[in-house]
Ligand binder design. Sequence first.
Ligand code: NAD
Ligand code: TYD
Length: 340
Amino acid sequence: MKTLFVTGGAGFIGSEFIRQAVRRYRIVNYDKLTYAGNLDNLASVADNPNYALVKGDVCDAKAVAAAIPENCDAVVHFAAESHVDRSILSAEEFVLTNVLGTQVMLDVARHRKAKRFLHISTDEVGGDMRPDEWFSEDAPLKPNSPYAASKTAAEHFVRAAARTFGLDIVITRTSNNYGPYQFPEKLLPLAISNAMEDRPIPVYGDGMQVRDWVHVADNCRALLAVLEGGRSGETYHIGGGAPMANIDVLHLLLKILDKPETLLTSVTDRLGHDRRYAVDFRKTTKELGWRPEIPFDKGLRSTVEWYRDNAEWVRRCRSGEYRTYYEHMYGEREATAKRI
Ligand code: NAD
Ligand code: TYD
């Protein structure tokens, strides 16, 4: 069985990736467990013999080197600060984790002879798309937020490591993910949990900003396809194929929840807010046979169901209780990682 060294696996997308990949890989999950790292997300794999957790920072080269298995089959690098609004308030952690952390991961991967490095990036590196424009893999990068700027810098280090040191890298750029276990600071989980409690839903500016929503399960299927079949040095786009304005997304959500539109509350727009993202993922379909399978309305309904059925998960997120899980459940388990 092959071994993956996954960073940031306790977050929203990383945990879905681990839940899918643990069926056929041994996985070491290396995660700092910031506010975004939630071990509740991984409760279903916590006792799986193919899974181990190491708590650590991607900026800490010594700790990464100690945790990464020799000759591991691939590093899958999710760890990042991921929320645009936080990057506007303060960009420092974004530069540290997203840029320096990526550089450290590349160095350690090279020295420890990891066979492949899958870097998880975002469609936000392309910046605003015009109404008829689709972001293709070879288009120029034009990031507009501190978050997007840090992810762009990270990508450049990944490409540089391939060119300079011959590291086998693949990069994915995904559009906005949605689905279960997403921290309720991002638009959809925030809107779902607020609406369920009849609390206002903040709409930034005119609500006409367009995002291309892809279900996290579809995204992680694509990540596995790129990991296993992507050509070395290449970038692959992953999207939902149906960009929608935020306001239309929220109307659909309120309809599903049978809640009044009066919950929508216009608030001051985000600084520098990108108007439209739209990824062209035809290359991924053509080369790897992947395409999104979950239509947005169906995926949104099942996501709403998940949040309804998992009120305790939301409550633990909002109260901060999820952050005590590590000490209670994992304190003694760190050593297991070394055996994998
Ligand atoms: P998330 O914020 O839910 O999770 C991030 C994870 O990284 C957490 O588990 C956190 O504890 C960990 N982490 C943060 N700093 C760390 C550090 N210094 N060292 C080790 N671990 C650290 O993020 P997500 O939404 O799951 O996104 C995962 C990746 O996908 C990120 O690289 C993000 O840029 C990218 N991405 C996300 C989206 C999206 O819609 N969520 C879209 C495109 C790309
Ligand atoms: P978000 O989920 O933060 O993802 P990103 O900024 O990475 O696209 O936001 C999605 C869109 O929703 C974005 O256009 C900003 C907007 N938004 C709101 O209108 N209200 C909110 O409360 C949030 C969090 C986001």
